[in-house]
Design a protein around this ligand. Structure first.
Ligand code: NDP
Length: 325
C-alpha cells in the first residue's frame, strides 16, 4: 500500500505541497509538540502546519534544530506553513518575522492569512482575541462588510514579491463571498491554497469547486473533526477501515488525498502519529458515498466567534452570514 506521506500536489505557482501534513495545535502543554514533530518527521511526514496563534512554534523550532543537527532531514526537504492571525492584520511581516525567529528558519514554504477578518491588536498582535468591555469581540473593521482583510492579503503579496521569507502565499477560512471580494482585487499573486474545515460530515462541495476551478488547492483541517474525533464515529468510515485493513484516521485522510486535497492531521499520541500514514485505494464510488454523509447531515466543528458573518454555511449560531445570500 502506498504511503500518504509520499504524495505531493502541485500548486498553481509550480511548487509542490506534501498531501499529508502534521497539525500542531497543542492538545495540552505546547512543549509536547516538539516530540510530535520529531516523531512525525521520522515517520515520513514532510509537511508541518503551524501558526503564530498556536503558541507551538518555539517547540517546532527546537524539533527542527534537532532533526537538522542529527542529519535526519534537510530544510529543503520539509514544507512548513505558518499563518498571520487577524490581530496582526496590519503587520503580517512582523508576524512572519516572529514565527521565523521561533521556528529558527530563514523562510517558510507557505504563509497564510489565518482568517479574513481584522481584530484589534497592538504591533505584536496582542491580545490575540481582543474583547470590548461588554465581552464582545473588538474588531478594527466591520466583520461582515469591511475590506481591511484585503489590505492584509496585499501585504502578503508584498512579502512574497519583495522578500525571501516565504515561497508561497495563501489563505484560510475563506468562504465563497469572501473569495468573491478578494480575487478581483489581487495585485499579482493569487492564493495557492485555501485551508478550511473539511471532512465527510462537512463536504462544502460548492466552496471546494469554487477554489479548485480557480487553481486554489484545498487544505483540509480537522479531518476527523478535532478533539474527540467525532468524524471517526461515521459508520461508513469504520466499515471502510475494516475493508481496507487500515485505521479510521487513514480513511479520513484518504478521503481528501485521493480527491486531490491536502489533509492535516494532529495527535498528541506519538504512536498514532507513527501509524496513520498509509493511503488505502478507496474506490470512486466509496469516495462519493463518504461525500454524501455530510450532504445529508452536515456538521461544522470549528465555530470560532470571529468566523461569524464570513458567509459560511452551517456556522453554528450565525445570523450575520445570511446577509450574503
Ligand atoms: P484532527 O481532526 O486531526 O483532530 C485532532 C484531534 O482528534 C486530537 O484531539 C486527537 O486526539 C483526536 N484524535 C485523532 N484520532 C483519534 C482517534 N483515533 N481516537 C480518538 N481521538 C483521536 O485535527 P485538528 O482539528 O487539530 O486539525 C488539524 C490541524 O489543522 C491543526 O493542528 C492545525 O494545524 C490545522 N487547523 C487549522 C485551522 C485554521 O483555522 N486554519 C483550524 C483548525 C485546525 P489525540 O491527541 O489523543 O490523538
Amino acid at each position: 500500500m502506498k504511503f500518504a506521506t509520499t504524495v505531493e500536489l502541485k500548486l498553481s505557482n509550480g511548487k509542490y505541497i506534501p498531501a499529508l501534513g502534521l497539525g500542531t495545535i497543542p492538545s495540552g502543554d505546547a512543549s509536547d509538540v516538539k516530540d510530535q514533530v520529531i516523531t512525525a518527521i521520522k515517520a515520513g511526514y514532510r509537511h508541518i502546519d503551524t501558526a503564530w496563534f498556536y503558541g507551538s512554534e518555539k517547540y517546532i523550532g527546537e524539533a527542527l534544530k534537532e532533526v537538522f543537527q542529527q542529519g535526519i532531514i534537510k530544510r529543503e526537504d520539509l514544507f512548513i506553513t505558518t499563518k498571520v492571525w487577524p490581530s496582526f492584520w496590519h503587520s503580517p511581516e512582523k508576524s512572519l518575522d516572529i514565527s521565523l525567529k521561533d521556528l529558527g528558519l530563514d523562510y517558510v514554504d507557505l504563509f497564510l492569512q489565518h482568517w479574513p477578518v481584522a481584530l484589534h491588536g497592538d504591533q505584536n498582535g496582542q491580545p490575540a482575541v481582543p474583547k470590548n468591555e461588554d465581552g464582545s469581540l473588538k474588531y478594527d473593521d466591520d466583520p461582515v462588510h469591511g475590506t481591511k482583510f484585503i489590505d492584509t492579503y496585499h501585504k502578503l503579496e508584498d512579502i512574497l514579491e519583495n522578500t525571501t521569507k516565504t515561497k508561497s502565499i495563501g489563505i484560510s477560512n475563506y468562504s465563497i463571498p469572501k473569495l468573491k471580494q478578494l480575487l478581483p482585487k489581487i495585485k499579482k499573486h493569487r492564493p495557492v491554497v485555501n485551508q478550511i474545515e473539511l471532512h465527510p460530515q462537512l463536504p462544502q462541495r460548492d466552496l471546494v469547486d469554487y477554489c479548485e476551478s480557480r487553481g486554489i488547492v484545498i487544505v483540509a483541517y480537522s479531518p476527523v473533526g478535532g478533539p474527540g474525533a467525532p468524524v471517526l464515529e461515521v459508520p461508513l468510515i469504520k466499515e471502510l477501515a475494516t475493508k481496507y485493513d487500515v485505521s479510521p484516521n487513514e480513511i479520513a485522510e484518504a478521503y481528501h488525498i485521493l480527491n486531490g486535497r491536502v489533509a492535516l492531521s494532529r495527535s498528541s499520541n506519538l504512536s498514532r502519529i507513527k501509524t496513520i500514514t498509509r493511503l488505502p485505494r478507496i474506490t470512486e464510488d466509496e469516495l462519493e458515498q463518504l461525500y454524501q454523509v455530510g450532504v445529508k447531515d452536515p456538521k461544522r466543528y470549528t465555530c470560532d466567534p470571529w468566523g461569524y458573518g464570513l458567509g459560511f454555511k452551517y456556522w453554528k449560531g450565525d445570523t450575520l452570514s445570511t446577509e450574503f445570500d
